[in-house]
Design a protein around this ligand. Structure first.
Ligand SMILES: [Zn+2]
Ligand SMILES: [Zn+2]
Length: 280
């Protein structure tokens, strides 16, 4: 089967290596298709997304690499775009003029109302603790609800093709330190989100990035969510959320097996402007 990866970061956001390094690594690893998806600029100071200036540089670089590899490797230009209520998201018109091949919609943060600061659920655990204490009075169930609510808002607003790491809220919940993802309330909320995803024209990515960075021991989405995705008929695609070129194919073959055991018989890949199924 074709191995693909549409979720990659590089030296102009929070990854390492150049786009050229990624293309070379993709070819060496036998990937047929690669997509670039650095973090789109954010409306607040941070150390992980591209600046507006670098975003323009990125678009130029991607165009060049695409041309250089034509006929040898399919290269696509994307962005991973954050949804931040009232401040921006994948549905913003500015992304339409960028001529992107695809967009990944992701929620990485929740606002802390006292300071107005966006606190990451993806970053250091201290940020999550600060968020829990200041916004949620240590009620982690409310935090989980808010996370999935933000994803549902993003799905309703649209403007993207791939829903990024749809249960990222579990990333810093090592040993169920803050909440139990097997609780009915967690599952009900996650399922509510998946039902909205099923009603929209989006593909959910099976993301191995939490594994490659040693943060979690399972995929995004969790195995039980993958089964639900299958029941709901949601198309899936493969993603390694690579932050370095040698992680491009991390755990992808194993992820396909997990997708299969969730009930799927096909997985989707994006090529020449279309999502296409391939048997697994
Ligand atoms: Zn992400
Ligand atoms: Zn990412």
């Amino acid at each position: 089967m074709l191995l693909t990866n549409y979720h990659t970061h590089f030296e102009l956001d929070d990854g390492s290596g150049t786009l050229q390094d990624y293309a070379e690594s993709a070819a060496a690893k036998g990937l047929s298709i690669i997509g670039f998806s650095p973090h789109a600029p954010l409306p607040y100071t941070n150390d992980w997304a591209m600046t507006e200036e670098n975003c323009a540089v990125y678009l130029g670089l991607a165009k060049k690499v695409k041309k250089e590899w034509a006929g040898r490797l399919e290269v696509y230009t994307g962005l991973e775009i954050d949804y931040i209520p009232g401040k921006g998201g994948p549905s913003n018109n500015k992304y339409k003029s960028m001529n992107l091949d695809y967009r990944i919609g992701s929620v990485h943060s929740i606002m802390e109302p006292e300071s107005g600061e966006e606190l990451s659920v993806d970053g250091p655990v201290e940020d999550l603790i600060r968020l829990l204490e200041r916004r949620f009075g240590r009620n982690a169930e409310n935090m989980v609800d808010t996370y999935f609510n933000l994803e549902m808002e993003m799905l309703e607003a649209g403007g993207f093709d791939i829903l990024g790491h749809c249960d990222l809220i579990k990333k810093r919940n090592t040993d169920n330190r803050f909440f139990d993802p097997n609780m009915k309330r967690y599952r009900d909320k996650a399922l509510e989100m998946l039902k909205i995803a099923a009603a929209k024209d989006v593909v959910i990515e099976v993301n191995t990035g939490g594994l490659s960075r040693g943060a979690i021991t399972e995929l995004y989405p969790s195995p039980w969510m993958l089964k639900q995705c299958c029941e709901l008929g949601i198309p899936l695609t493969l993603s390694a959320d690579a932050h370095q070129p040698d992680h491009l194919d991390f755990h992808l073959t194993e992820a396909v097996k997990e997708v299969k055991s969730a009930g799927y018989r096909e997985i989707y890949f994006f090529s020449e402007g279309k999502w296409r199924p391939q048997p697994i």
